[in-house]
Write a protein of this length. Structure first.
Lengths: 227, 205
């Protein structure tokens, strides 16, 4: 653990989550394997009909990414909440907004970036063209931060509740729908030989919007949850 | 410096206390007594700013802490029932990270000194998971010592400490008070700190 002493509080926070994730890397790997297995089950279940596989690929990859990112939400604040470090974080002299944003960035780096890297490989199973594989990675690159940002609100709201995992799913999955439509839309357009550009722009717009508002809502939810 | 004005706290439909007034000046401390469920932790959480009071306000240098926000946060340190340490990290890493995220970055040497001061020098690079409850408490004390906070808010700080650990906690608190620090301490045990500096709040009455 070496780090320059001039780390800002915010960078320390993200750094902290990266170290913790590394120490508990089985959790991260479990999410990744879940994603790989869910995506791989479809070609096995549907059969090797290339045209059919290409048609379902965008939806399958995106739905699997949605579910995989849901799995990691419980850990996002849950561990810190139960060992008291979340309280300590809220008592640090930095705005709760930044704490929420820092934790969200940490979760994205740890749980979502591996999905973005591995998704194009999985796309090969569906017989997608190279260009489409790039579009998959790009749409996930823009879409998964939104999943983390929205998911953080749900994770903060359900902190310390019984059956938090089920509640998070009920709260958050409906809010994921726009990302699913735009993300799968981009891949689908590419599969059909059209330009994915409009969908990519819509994803980028969703990202900007949630980047501004989600940490603020997460911060408010965190405050309520620790009260 | 710290002033509580007419504080009231309601938990569910039970009123835990109301009309509570007290003040702490530099070099003084408050011993907080009361039965289980009497509202000691609730009061400490209100003072730390984690929870809002149902009525009244807490003032720091004459201003409401809810308006001061981060400025107040940099002057307090809170040791709760849970120690607020990470099992996955070593004691050294726990201190470095706790310092870093609160804008009080420590050098490895400072962390080493703080751990030596609470008798954890041999455990400093072990995983915290392997430490006993008392040793974790000592780690929380090391975090307290390493913070530059003026006001220490301590919840049952002597619990799970052995005799040597209790003496250590007393010494830390005395040293903090001598350097013009302040403390509010919820406890069931005799603290054994100089009574001249103390005022007592009993939540049972």
């Amino acid at each position: 653990m070496t780090s320059p002493p001039n780390f800002s509080m915010f960078r320390w926070l993200v750094w902290r989550d990266l170290i913790l994730a590394w120490r508990r890397r089985t959790d991260v790997l479990a999410t990744l394997f879940f994603f790989v297995i869910v995506v791989s089950l479809f070609p096995l279940g549907i059969g090797p009909e290339p045209q059919l596989l290409r048609t379902v690929a965008p939806g399958v990859v995106w739905v699997a990414a949605l579910l995989a990112s849901m799995l990691s939400l419980g850990r996002m604040f849950g561990n810190d909440y139960s060992d008291g470090t979340l309280e300590q974080l809220l008592l640090t002299p930095q705005p709760t907004y930044l704490i929420a944003l820092g934790k969200t960035i940490g979760q994205w780096l740890v749980s979502e970036v591996p999905l973005i890297i591995i998704a194009p490989l999985l796309g090969v199973q569906f017989g997608l063209s190279e260009r489409t594989l790039v579009v998959i990675a790009l749409s996930l690159l823009l879409g998964t931060p939104v999943l983390s940002l929205i998911g953080a609100i749900g994770a903060a709201l359900t902190l310390g509740l019984r059956a938090a995992n089920v509640l998070v799913a009920l709260l958050v999955l409906p809010l994921y729908v726009p990302v699913l439509i735009f993300g799968a839309g981009a891949v689908e357009a590419s599969v059909n030989g059209m330009t994915p550009q409009p969908f990519i722009f819509l994803l980028a717009a969703t990202l900007v919007l949630s980047l501004v508002f989600a940490p603020w809502a997460t911060a408010a939810a965190l405050r309520i949850s620790v009260e | 410096m710290l002033e509580a004005v007419n504080l009231g706290c309601v938990r569910g439909d039970r009123r835990l206390f109301r009309g509570l007034n007290f003040a702490i000046r530099p070099g003084e401390f408050i011993e907080l007594r009361g039965p289980n469920g009497g509202g000691k932790t609730s009061l400490l959480r209100i003072i730390s700013g984690l929870a809002p009071p149902a009525e009244g306000e807490v003032r720091w240098r004459g201003q409401n802490i809810r308006k001061l926000g981060e400025e107040y946060a940099s002057e307090i340190a809170y040791v709760a029932h849970q120690n607020g340490v990470k099992d996955e990290l070593s004691p050294t890493e726990n201190l470095l990270i706790a310092g870093g995220v609160s804008g009080n970055a420590l050098s490895r040497e400072q962390a080493r000194q703080a751990l030596a001061a609470v008798g954890l020098q041999r455990q400093r690079d072990l995983t915290t998971r392997l430490l006993s409850a008392g040793q974790r408490r000592r780690l929380a004390l090391a975090r307290l010592r390493a913070s530059r906070a003026k006001l220490w808010i301590l919840d049952e700080v002597l619990s799970s400490l052995d005799d040597a650990g209790m003496n250590l906690a007393r010494d830390l608190i005395s040293a903090h008070l001598i350097s013009e620090g302040m403390a509010i301490i919820a406890t069931h045990q005799e603290l054994g700190l100089p009574a001249g500096l103390m005022s007592r709040i009993d939540l049972a009455t």
